[in-house]
Design a protein around this ligand. Structure first.
Ligand code: ATP
Length: 234
């Protein structure tokens, strides 16, 4: 589904990503773990087209998209749930969700998908007329995921979906991601909480100082001594 080859990104003189290569197959949950400042958000924003790489190449469904604008990538089925969720605090829950469908035209289909999201997250139906900014963190994360789903993504990119949320809410969000995967959506998620990321993904990559230093099945990385020491508290 996604093939990344030798991707390098600079911010001025800072090398944020160096020759990053990775591959994501259809129907997988792939996690990217790494410390603060490792370059995780930079990689995600490059995949969604918000940052242009200095060099390297991104292929999606067998076609090069390295320089495709981000709105075109959304149309092709790549949706991002950004760090901090990026909701419009003074719009209602429903308007935030509908904004996710901005690339689509068929009102009947859009309303159908809206109902499907309310089926997934019933609390959002109750709160649909409420300003998004007044929701709890967990409910806001549900809106952010729901909004991304409104473009019917094939590939969902998530930046720290568990950040700042109570464990029970984190379980709910990751449970939803597991169901989406089972229904055929491919998921790439960035997560500083390595326990959570490795415990809920099929495969993972470890990013250090802008370079991929490890990759493998998540269960193998969970059992790996050097990963345990560096990312799982020993
Ligand atoms: P975090 O977990 O803190 O979000 P991260 O792994 O997502 O970290 P990035 O945010 O991608 O890391 O940052 C990678 C490096 O690039 C860091 O050294 C950071 O300071 C630098 N950086 C990020 N954004 C910019 C920017 N807009 N301008 C200059 N440097 C930046």
């Amino acid at each position: 589904m996604l093939l990344v080859e030798n991707l390098s990104v600079n911010y001025g003189k800072i090398e944020a990503l160096r020759e990053v290569s990775l591959q994501i197959e259809k129907g997988e949950i792939v996690a990217l773990i790494g410390a603060n400042g490792a370059g995780k958000t930079t990689l995600l924003r490059t995949l969604s087209g918000l940052i242009t790489p200095r060099s390297g190449r991104i292929d999606y469904l067998g076609r090069e998209i390295t320089r495709l604008p981000s709105d075109r990538r959304v149309r092709e089925g790549i949706a991002q749930v950004p760090e901090g969720r990026g909701l419009f605090a003074t719009l209602t829950v429903e308007d935030n969700l509908l904004l996710g469908a901005y690339t689509r035209k068929n009102p009947k289909e859009i309303l159908h998908d809206l109902e499907e999201i309310y089926g997934r997250f019933p609390i959002l139906k109750e709160k649909r007329k409420v300003f998004a900014g007044t929701l709890s963190g967990g409910q806001q994360q549900m809106v952010a995921v729901g909004r991304a789903l409104m473009c019917r993504p094939r590939l969902l990119l998530l930046d720290e979906p568990g950040m700042g949320l109570a464990p029970v809410i984190v379980d709910e969000i990751f449970g939803t991601l597991g169901r989406l995967r089972d229904e055929g959506t491919t998921i790439f998620l960035v997560e500083q909480n390595a326990h959570l990321a490795l415990g809920s993904s099929d495969r993972a990559y470890v990013l250090e100082n802008g370079r991929i230093v490890r990759e493998g099945p998540s269960q193998e990385l969970l059992d790996d001594d050097s990963v345990k020491e560096a990312y799982l508290g020993g």
